[in-house]
Design a binder for this molecule. Structure first.
Ligand SMILES: Cc1cc2nc3c(=O)[nH]c(=O)nc-3n(C[C@H](O)[C@H](O)[C@H](O)COP(=O)(O)O)c2cc1C
Length: 194
């Protein structure tokens, strides 16, 4: 299978970067191919222009799309599985990834008369500072799943999954250390078992 990774973290000095590398190692070990959009490294434009806003708000797919948006949509349409890897920032994805959806999930592609293919699977590898228990207790886990799986993916993939790699905050080095290898093993397995 061919995997499209949408990767979003501002620093290579991060746990998220290791998750990305282990996931890639896993999918390569299973013989899958992949391509990646590293949104910060690409300096992907994530502010919507006024023209883009007009196009989306008036549901007018006669208006042209930008080249960078078309390139992302082509990556989606040639993959079987899309995989998002990002850290939780304020119970959300980083603004850069949210902006990616704003611009790439266009009318006539992701909604309306859709040109987006139905993907086999959408996988979210989400790196959280808090523990999963904390995220569940405060309703953050449900809210992240509702937004990503229930709205962004919805029926655009045959199956969908959000995996939280939790307890990785730098402010609790013991907890981060205790979870490090376990989470990297999980990321490898997710890639291998696609
Ligand atoms: C601005 C900012 C906001 C964050 N907000 C949350 C949050 O709401 N919930 C959470 O679990 N972790 C949060 N974190 C922790 C990140 O998910 C953190 O980056 C994570 O522990 C992964 O570590 P890494 O950055 O080394 O990859 C936040 C981190 C930053 C920098």
């Amino acid at each position: 299978m061919h995997i499209f990774i949408v990767y979003c973290h501002p620093s290579e000095d991060s746990f998220t970067r290791h998750v990305r590398d282990e996931f890639i190692r896993g999918l390569q070990s299973a013989g899958h191919t992949y391509e990646i959009s590293d949104l910060y490294k690409m300096n992907f434009q994530t502010d919507m222009s006024e023209t883009e806003y007009s196009r989306e708000s008036s549901c007018n797919d006669k208006l042209p799309l930008s080249e960078d948006v078309i390139a992302e949509q082509e990556k989606i349409n040639r993959c079987d599985v899309i995989d998002f890897i990002y850290p939780v920032f304020w119970t959300e994805a980083p603004a850069k990834l949210i902006g990616w959806f704003d611009r790439v999930w266009t009318y006539g592609f992701a909604y309306g008369d859709r040109k987006m293919k139905k993907l086999r699977k959408a996988v979210f590898l989400v790196i959280a500072g808090h523990t999963l228990d904390h995220l569940k207790e405060y309703g953050h886990y449900d809210s992240m799943k509702t937004v990503m799986l229930g709205d962004r993916v919805l029926d655009r993939a045959e199956s969908k999954e959000m995996i939280i790699l939790d307890g990785t905050t730098k402010s609790n080095p013991e907890l981060r250390e205790a979870n490090w290898n376990k989470h990297l093993k999980a990321a490898f397995e997710v890639g291998r078992s696609l």
